[in-house]
Design a protein around this ligand. Structure first.
Ligand code: C2E
Ligand code: MG
Ligand code: MG
Length: 706
């Protein structure tokens, strides 16, 4: 680069070295620099001045008129085509002279030159040129990306915001305000217009995220939060933003968008709700309940002393409601129970539906076992009051098991398991009661579990046996038939009676399989005996049906098919049902009995007198036989009332065209009394206990001689 043309300002020799210093300094500047006198003629300059303007070297001379300089620029066509030379010059002059904008842009190089003017007292002025091309390009890029962003945002229906941190003013776009249903004039430009509307639960997080980005710790700002719109309605929004920083990286401004995500959040909330709630009752489900228990455990562990209880409640005989009134009413009943429980325990406690007819309650802050039990009993008492379901008043009872938190519990599931164990205990102790968990229940449960497993295998291992107890005709004194009674030859515990496993079989559903086996085995044995010891009339066989079997949908079809397979005649099969089975669903009972009768199968009412003894349904149900329970028979000889009851039952049965079997006949005296009362049949140890198939066979063989 050639030397700056600085004319000597003084003739004094001592000043020459100063001039050189000045010249080299001026030449080293990155800025262009030129001095014009009052006649607008060039007096001094540095090469950078002409370089920046990209002007030829012949112009670089003293006294160059400013107008010539402009003309040269204009000739190059830097101001676009069609610009007359003189107007271009005038335009340039205007741009160069104060008070025009700082940007002096030259094309085509795309170079941006910024000029500054400093007037001198002589009338001349100093022009300084700075190359601002890079800065300008960056600004343009920013502008472009902002425009693109704004366009995208507007297209996406977003609101825009721009927060000037220097002035602390916040621009909120019309869309931003419209999104929250806020009127344009109601919202000023204070940052509080936004921040004060943020949900109290979200403000802390929002501030933290904002600060983190402004502090340069995150590449961008993004925060989902709730904002209060008009009428105090909260909207879910996501705010995104980017800070603009100065040369030192300090944020001077932050701008971005606001998107309404209320719909998405609502959907998410719904999905979450559904995942954690029971669809029928809308109560928390097992998963949510366990989570609450886990939280309570964590709190109790921290606090060290506050205790709480977990309560498991199962409705008694709910299946009955379902079977008799239909599933819809069953559902309504569950909803009503859930609502009642929620009302009873009050706010702050959790009532959950565990599935089926099982509920669970988490009771926070219980002083101890006495209070917990009192609470459970109060709950049961209230629950037992009639509930209006679909215009009917229904009474339900429940069995409750509860356990109190203690530090030995590690998992919520363990507390739940113990509460359930206690609930099963309450059920087995007669239902409609509350039981507190005790560790011994574990061993009891273990016992049941082992027994259940054994029972599952029993059928396959052929451990079940059928015993037969003869039913004797009191008119002829001969065996009229047998009652089949199941036994289980347990590998370790020996021969078990039905009392030890039928209830378990019912509870586990294994009764279906066992019942089918009993029926098949009874028919098989009878056909075998009828072939070997033919009798007229042929022998009958009674098979006991449990409640659970009675509720089986395809019961009649299955029985008819089994009979057909076995070749045993329907007329010689009698099914024994207890009063309890009938009482639970009289309509269904009538239906099934009619079907059985149509198939030619006989039906007996077992254990008459021990259940509800409601005589009213006896008319409605087509029984063939009534079996008087052994409790009456055994008391007959010494209790006058028992004898009168037996007499009344026989009278009633005969009027209804049923015959009667007296159960549990053990003495000659009982036999005589029954004969005198015209009882048709008897069964009991007096004649024979239940016999295994071999003994029954032997009895039949011998009875031929009778
Ligand atoms: P149940 O149907 O009333 O059967 C009569 C019960 O009385 C039998 O008890 C029988 O052994 C007993 N017994 C018979 N004669 C006398 C007597 O003179 N004195 C006394 N004290 N008892 C007598 P078991 O065999 O223990 O059966 C009990 C109950 O188990 C039966 O009562 C019946 O309800 C049920 N059960 C038996 N087998 C089956 C079966 O295969 N399926 C179903 N679902 N239940 C069965
Ligand atoms: Mg029976
Ligand atoms: Mg009986």
């Amino acid at each position: 680069m050639s030397q700056a043309r600085i004319p000597p300002t003084s003739t004094a020799d001592g000043d020459a070295s100063d001039d050189r210093l000045l010249r080299s300094t001026v030449d080293a500047l990155t800025q262009g620099f030129a001095v014009f006198d009052g006649n607008r003629c060039l007096q001094a300059w540095n090469e950078r001045f002409f370089d920046l303007l990209d002007l030829p070297s012949d112009l670089r001379r003293r006294d160059l008129a400013l107008a010539d300089l402009f003309r040269s620029l204009a000739e190059r066509g830097d101001f676009g085509p069609g610009n007359a030379e003189e107007s271009a010059v005038r335009e340039l002059e205007r741009l160069f002279m104060p008070p025009d904008p700082a940007h002096f842009q030259l094309i085509p190089g795309g170079r941006v030159v910024e000029r500054q003017l400093a007037p001198m007292t002589s009338g001349g002025f100093v022009v300084t040129l700075t190359d601002a091309t890079d800065r300008r390009r960056a600004e343009l890029q920013l502008l472009e990306s902002e425009e693109r962003y704004a366009l995208a945002s507007a297209g996406a229906n977003d609101g825009l915001w721009d927060w000037n941190l220097a002035t602390n003013r916040l621009y909120l776009s019309p869309r931003w305000k419209a999104m929250l249903a806020l009127a344009e004039e109601d919202v000023g430009d204070e940052p509080s217009e936004w921040m004060d509307r943020v949900h109290p639960d979200d403000i802390e997080r929002l501030s933290a995220l904002l600060e983190s980005h402004l502090g340069g710790h995150t590449p961008h700002f993004e925060c989902e939060h709730r904002v209060r719109g008009t009428d105090d309605v909260y909207f879910w929004v996501v705010a995104r933003g980017l800070a603009v920083r100065d040369g030192l990286g300090r944020a001077t401004r932050i701008a971005g968008s606001l998107t309404d995500i209320t719909d998405r959040k609502n959907q998410e909330a719904r999905a979450l709700h559904n995942a954690l709630h029971d669809p029928l009752t809308q109560l928390p489900n097992r998963a949510l309940f366990l989570d609450r228990v886990a939280q309570a455990m964590a709190r109790a562990r921290r606090a060290g002393k506050t205790s709480f209880a977990v309560l498991s409640l199962d409705l008694d005989r709910f299946k009955l409601v379902n079977d008799s009134l239909g599933h819809h009413r069953g559902d309504d009943l569950l909803i009503a129970v859930g609502a009642r429980l929620t009302d009873l325990v009050g706010p702050g406690q959790t009532v959950a539906r565990q599935g089926g007819d099982e509920f669970a309650v988490l009771i926070e802050e219980v002083a101890g076992p006495v209070e917990a039990r009192a609470l459970a009993e109060r709950l049961l008492a209230e629950l037992g009051k009639p509930l209006a379901v679909d215009g009917r008043q229904l009474v339900v009872t429940g069995s409750v098991g509860l356990t109190l938190y203690e530090s030995a519990y590690e998992r919520a599931e363990d507390m739940m398991r113990d509460a359930e164990l206690a609930m099963y205990r309450a059920k087995s102790l007669g239902k409609a009661r509350a039981e507190l968990f005790h560790p011994s229940l574990h061993s009891h449960a273990l016992h049941l579990l082992t027994l259940e497993n054994d029972l599952r295998l029993a059928i396959g291992r052929k451990e079940l046996l059928l015993f037969f107890q003869p039913v004797v005709s009191l008119k002829t004194g001969r065996i009229a038939g047998f009652e089949s009674l199941v036994r289980w030859r347990h590998p370790r515990r020996g021969l078990l009676g039905p009392g030890e496993f039928i209830t378990l079989a019912e509870e586990t559903g294994l009764i279906g399989e066992i019942g089918a086996w009993v029926l098949e085995e009874a028919c098989r044995c009878m056909r075998n005996w009828q072939g070997r010891y033919p009798s007229e009339p042929p022998l009958t066989v009674s098979v006991n049906l449990s409640i659970r079997q009675f509720n089986q949908i395809d019961l009649v079809t299955e029985i008819v098919e089994t009979l057909a397979r076995s070749g045993w005649r329907p007329g010689k099969l009698k099914l024994e049902l207890t009063e309890t089975a009938l009482m639970q669903n009289a309509t269904r009972a009538a239906h099934i009995l009619t079907q059985l009768k149509a198939a030619g199968i006989g039906v007996s009412l077992d254990d008459f007198g021990t259940g509800y003894s409601s005589l009213s349904y006896l008319h409605a149900l087509p029984f063939d036989t009534l079996k008087i329970d052994k409790a009456f028979v055994s008391g007959m000889s010494h209790e006058r009332s028992k004898l009168e009851i037996v007499r009344a039952i026989l009278l009633l049965a005969h009027n209804l065209k049923m015959d009667v079997v007296a159960e549990g006949v053990e003495t000659i005296e009982q036999l005589a009394q029954l004969r005198a009362l015209d009882c048709e049949y008897a069964q009991g140890y007096l004649f024979a206990p239940p016999l295994d198939a071999e003994a029954a066979d032997k009895l039949l063989f011998e009875s031929r001689k009778w």
